[in-house]
Design a protein around this ligand. Sequence first.
Ligand code: NDP
Length: 252
Amino acid sequence: TGTPLADRVAVISGASSGMGAATASRLAELGAKVAVLARRKDKLEALVERIHAAGGTAMAVPVDVTGRDAVHAAAQQIAERFGQADLVFNNAGVQLVSPITDLRQDDWQRQIDLNITGVMNVIGAFVPHLTAAAEAGKSADLITTSSIAATRILEKFSVYSGTKAYISHLTRLLRVELGRKNIRVATIEPGMVDTELPDHVTDPDASKLMADLIDQIDVLQSADVAETVAFMAAVPRHVNLTEITILPTAQA
Ligand code: NDP
């Protein structure tokens, strides 16, 4: 059918731009009700309008996911409006690469706060939702955005890569506990995707590296990631695609 996700309630963090926004649109197109989380309220509201105009159902939940109580409040709001979430795309992240000797400790902290603490806050707020959905016999998905940086040795990426390695290994461990409860746990590990991510990088060499790659090869678009997440969620309930690496064909 055209709406394989018709009975699903999806939560997407980092949904105001990039792969989160594209995934929200795609999941809504496939019939899911989608709750979109990020800090920029205007962007979220514009996205919700686009989804509604296309015939979908969405709600904007402006929230900074680094705040634990705020994420719990968001989960409550979503439950009241849409019911328990059964598809969580835990995707908000920031990449601020720089040489370690520059001691950009504020940048280190921002990456740790969002990519680790923010990811854990979303898990803390929505594992009860996923558990309830699985107990009710529904498919339940916790999909977190890691990166190829989780395993590759990329100079100047140390703190970012460390946060993504945390996510990838965390996911392997969570799967053991939650898989038994019929909750699918997965990471998606993309290579270069054309999003706002490199715009935040302040190290000139590192931003040049990313800009050059975008110029030289046909990199991934957010829609490619969206299609992959939709596929992971739409397979039968007993099938768990656990770690999906998605690379631009021409990226080494
Ligand atoms: P974007 O910068 O376009 O998206 C990041 C999203 O995170 C935005 O919606 C941003 O919205 C949100 N965000 C940032 N800070 C917070 C916060 N404190 N609370 C809530 N939301 C927040 O980049 P991408 O789409 O590329 O990034 C998505 C994920 O993909 C990240 O985890 C990134 O590490 C990962 N990734 C990206 C790759 C790439 O090449 N682009 C490759 C591999 C992985 P707002 O500012 O409104 O809060």
